[in-house]
Write a protein that binds this ligand. Structure first.
Ligand SMILES: [Zn+2]
Length: 419
């Protein structure tokens, strides 16, 4: 071989090896802690469930409800109390969930510091007097400082005031919601496995064609990350639109079956975790090694689709929340079935809401996340659907409803093309 050609050959080989190496060694996104892809069980700690307070001041705090998180409480000075918020284990992503309630023996205005261990303030508190109706704290009643804590001014009385990173959308809320959909439409609920703490991993199957008829499958996952409430709300609105009594949804359900797992991390949601499951693991980094029972249960439920000629996975959606509305589709140069579905879906959705920004950030398929596993297992297109943490909740529902309508129309078209 001529020397210069040999040189180019070596260089080319080197580049190829480097790029393979980088894809094989995915070790986490920029916001992930070190070691995130090691998904073997870790120790977690749960705060003592209790109501504590400063008796002399008559100020009380409680984490005795599902989804609560507050580890400790004390008085720092005459004018300041502190609630200590700790994650289930660390290192952990900075999504510091907190939820607790307070009351005082007699009406009092107090300053409360949210003091995080292993994290910095992120979620602007929602307040509630009944645990059901929520509003964001007034901006004049919160001061975040550069050290990563925040000080809230709260009006307390003998009735409880809930203070929470986001409104509560608890494990029980999600199960009750699944039951209600199950009763109202032709939805089947199955337990496909159990979490570490023996909570069911529930699957909703929505569809109305006979089992032997050719059908597409739409896979939906959600709530892998407990604090991501807006993603949870969106997944519910989305599934409701697919299960609704509209002409479009009825037609859709004749051609497609929906396999939805909207509560992938029941232990994390029930325990008020920042990110992880009952074994201290980020489930959305376990879709390659499948060390965790929740991801394994869903994988084992879905994989047999490949052996059924009358079923074909067309699309997967994994619902999350972050600081903006972002869709993470699969890069366009990677061939999927259907081709570039996400891009066409979002383009149509954006036309419906020109004033709402939807960011689209394509990614390769190297990381061990749910969306990529759908692609690797079935060749199907899939997306990570991230909803803004601060989204107006009414708008969120409108957008999601439209997103579901567009997806149903587009998927029906895709299927028609193949008949
Ligand atoms: Zn997430």
């Amino acid at each position: 071989m001529h020397f210069s050609r040999f040189f180019w050959f070596l260089l080319f080989t080197f580049i190829i090896l480097q790029s393979c190496k980088s894809s094989e060694e995915f070790s986490g996104y920029s916001y992930d802690p070190e070691g995130v892809t090691n998904t073997v069980d870790k120790e977690i700690q749960s705060p003592y469930s209790r109501t504590i307070g400063i008796k002399g001041d008559g100020i009380w705090i409680s984490n005795e409800f599902e989804g609560a998180r507050m580890s400790d409480f004390y008085r720092v000075s005459d004018s300041l109390y502190r609630a200590v918020i700790e994650p289930e284990n660390h290192p952990v992503n900075n999504s510091p969930w907190y939820s607790f309630k307070m009351h005082s023996d007699s009406p009092a205005t107090v300053n409360l510091q949210l003091f995080y261990k292993h994290g910095k303030h992120r979620y602007r508190p929602k307040l509630s007097r009944d645990g059901k109706q929520w509003k964001r704290i007034d901006s004049s009643d919160i001061r975040a400082d550069t050290s990563g804590t925040a000080i809230l001014t709260l009006d307390l009385n003998e009735n409880p005031l809930w203070i929470s990173a986001q409104e509560l959308l608890t494990y029980q809320d999600m199960v009750a919601w699944m039951d209600s959909i199950g009763t109202a439409t032709r939805t089947r609920l199955d337990t496909v496995g159990y979490s570490h703490q023996q909570r069911p991993v529930i699957k909703m199957t929505i569809g109305s064609a006979s089992p032997d008829r050719n059908q597409g499958v739409l896979v939906i996952t959600g709530r892998q990350h407990p604090p991501e409430v807006t993603g949870g709300l969106a997944s519910r609105a989305f599934i409701e639109a697919l299960a609704a009594d509209t002409e479009l949804a009825k037609n859709f359900r004749k051609e497609f079956e929906i396999w939805a797992y909207p509560l992938v991390n029941p232990d994390g949601v029930a325990g008020g975790h920042w990110r992880h499951n009952g074994a201290g693991i980020d489930l959305n980094r376990d879709w390659e090694n499948f060390n965790q029972p929740e991801t394994r249960a869903i994988r084992d439920d879905l994989l047999p689709i490949d052996d059924r000629p009358e079923r074909r996975v067309y699309y997967g959606i994994d619902f999350h929340s972050t600081k903006s509305n972002i869709f993470y589709p699969i890069k366009q140069d990677i061939s999927t079935f259907p081709e570039d579905f996400t891009y066409r879906w979002i383009e149509t959705l954006q036309e419906h809401f020109p004033e709402t920004p939807f960011n689209v950030e394509p990614f390769d398929t190297n990381s061990p996340i749910a969306k990529n596993w759908i692609y690797h297992a079935f060749g199907a297109d899939a997306v990570t659907y991230e909803v803004d943490d601060r989204a107006d909740r009414q708008k969120l529902k409108e957008v999601t409803l439209q997103a579901a309508h567009v997806i149903m129309r587009h998927l029906l078209e895709e299927k028609r093309k193949r008949q």
